[in-house]
Design a protein around this ligand. Sequence first.
Ligand SMILES: Cc1ncc(COP(=O)(O)O)c(C=O)c1O
Length: 448
Amino acid sequence: MASILETFEAMHQGSKALAERGRAAFPSGVTHDTRAFSPWPIYVERAQGGRKWDVDGNEYVDYIGGHGALLLGHGRPEVTEAAREALGHGTHFGSSHRWEVEWAEQVIRMVPCAERVRFTSSGTEATMMALRLARAYTGRERVVKLVEHFHGWHDLVVGRLRQDEAQPFSPGVPNGFYESLAVLEAGDVGALEEQLARRDVAAVILEPTGAHWGTHPLSPDYLHAARRLTEETGTVFIMDEVITGFRMAPGGASERYGVVPDLSTHAKILAGGLPGGCVTGRDDIVSMLEIRDGDGEWNASQRVAHQGTFNANPVSAAAGLEALRLIARGGEVERADASTARLVRGLNAVCASLSLPGSAWAVSSMFHVNLGYDAPRPRDVEWDAAEEPRGVLPELERPLKRALLNHGVDFMGTGGMVSSAHTDADIDQTVEAFRSTALDLRAEGLLR
Ligand SMILES: Cc1ncc(COP(=O)(O)O)c(C=O)c1O
């Protein structure tokens, strides 16, 4: 019988040919660190709904969902049509336009903290701007982030990206950036209190469901504590909703957990599957960007500067506006959450029936898997065990992904994002693929 790796190689000869050319053009052959894969990544040709197809004609149930940008699934007709219509008007006017105004108004209607908005081209740019605003507003420099919480790849938010890594996570960052950054253990309210007591912290920034969209779950109690402590100390509280925004509820984690930050950052779903981001929140903070006529002193020394060629480009604005309208109408979040619950229950049933060392859990439509150790199983869908989940043992990650791809499923890392377009058939097929995958891993002696 062919091994997992042999099967993968036989199924992906077209991808192999492209990967060879990709490797000559790009470091590791990829344009995003998480797409690097061994023996090579799959090359995808098209996608629709909850599925995608690679250059070799293999079909997958897709749980990467555009790195989380596609709550509505691939190619949602209303969003595609809105983008197509906007394209017909031009891709860039170098001027203000009606789509950006309607898009911002829609964000303000949906996001609990949103009083004003500034669009950027990505989530990375959104968190950069949020931190610049917080520093300018408070006149303080230090920033607090939490271990492993990810806020994009810019220099301001470096810090351990995995529990077992020493700082920094990337060479090439000047030391000054580390000096102004405190990286705290997530969930430790006492440590946060101690940091903020000095009243010299400009901002606390965090992922509201915990590091890497909930791989390390964070209790909503911590969010409430962070809200209270930042308020008491004049610190700007930034919830990075680049993943959770418009996914966990029309108003994101903020709506779902009833915590209203000073600023929140958004991207991904915000722009309907096209590039785009924004920072939004309190008027007095976002208005640090305001150009004041006749106030040269403000403009020269207090105002926050911001440019960006593709900020609120009309095509992203039109697609994003349509996506947000569909989500605001209701039903999309609920459908994605229900499919995720079906998936998690199915995966846990497989773990139980095969006595696998592993389990699955989810928050909203973001699911995760433990594999290779005796992980507790949640009573239902959300993680409710006292101990932290450890995820998939590192030595299992690659064979797991290869075997899942062999069986027609593409996870994002060791979990994934479910969309409102995933059908019960997609979910049930995934559960069966997971069963076959587990048996393949067991046959190779990788799993007991
Ligand atoms: C929570 C969070 N913040 C910020 C970012 C950066 O967004 P982008 O990739 O659009 O720059 C990401 C990207 O995955 C993210 O997950």
